[in-house]
Write a protein that binds this ligand. Structure first.
Ligand SMILES: [Zn+2]
Ligand SMILES: [Zn+2]
Length: 266
């Protein structure tokens, strides 16, 4: 039995003798099967070709895969008392980097914005004996069910230490962001997308395939964030940081988006 990862999105599947027939995440309109066809990598392939790296990312430490794999997932280690919440996840557990995280206190939990970051969550949860918080509305996209997964329902989930999971929806029904009250930071995955112009953010149903969201979904994201104060925004990939004024940027970006849908281009 082998763990197979989708080479395009990084999803890991329940172990099997042969690769799965398809990757449901890539068959979906929010991802894609490349023209060269569906491809797979075994966990051993990943271990031999990739390493993890840990390095500072704004106020946090980030963890990524080097050379990048799949969509280039990057996780953030968010202080939670003596340990960390790992925000979002990545395909491979590299012993060296995992040991380093352990030395710094280890993981209290893993929390993930949406299915494009589920990837190696079960292996990370087993390494640190911690739960994985996923929004229940996205349960159909779990490709490797595991006892460590805790599905949460409703609009918010308090993780303690000033950390709150907020369901924003949009890109996925259970699309979640993490609010860090102490650092006045919003960790947004690609639910609120940090774009090249750091004075603005973007909102989409499908990023690679450029399918927009209806105005009501974007308004719902702004409404969900309304009670929370934040200055900085951390997006889904290395270096996608907004350094300040984050709340106003989200609000005016929603207005710009709604205007564009009405034909009022900037
Ligand atoms: Zn895939
Ligand atoms: Zn995504």
């Amino acid at each position: 039995m082998t763990f197979f990862h989708c080479a395009t999105c990084g999803a890991q599947f329940t172990p099997s003798d042969a690769p799965p027939d398809r990757c449901p995440i890539c068959d979906d309109a929010r991802q894609y099967v490349p023209p060269s066809g569906q491809a797979w990598r075994t966990l051993d392939d990943l271990r031999s070709a990739h390493r993890n790296e840990i390095r500072p990312e704004g106020a946090y430490d980030g963890v990524g895969t080097n050379p990048p794999f799949a969509i280039g997932e990057r996780a953030l280690l968010v202080p939670a008392g003596d340990r960390f919440v790992m925000w979002d996840c990545l395909p491979l557990v590299d012993d060296e980097v995992a040991d380093e995280i352990e030395r710094r206190g280890g993981l209290a939990a893993i929390a993930i914005s949406h299915p494009h970051y589920y990837t190696g969550m079960a292996d990370w949860a087993h390494r640190f004996d911690c739960p994985v918080f996923l929004h229940a509305d996205d349960r159909e996209w779990i490709t490797r069910p595991d006892d460590a997964i805790e599905l949460w329902e409703g609009e918010t989930r308090d993780l303690g230490h000033g950390l709150t999971l907020i369901r924003c929806g949009g890109h996925f029904a259970g699309g979640t962001v993490l609010h860090d009250a102490e650092r006045r930071a919003l960790l947004s995955g690609d639910i609120v997308q940090v774009i090249p112009d750091r004075e603005w953010v973007g909102f989409m149903y499908s990023y690679p395939n450029l399918i927009p969201l209806p105005e009501a979904s974007v308004r719902a994201i702004v409404r969900a964030l309304e009670p929370y104060a934040f200055d900085t925004i951390y997006g889904a990939w290395w270096g996608t940081l907004i350094g300040g004024d984050g709340k106003a940027i989200v609000e005016r970006s929603a207005e710009r988006y709604a205007g564009a849908l009405r034909g009022e281009l900037p």
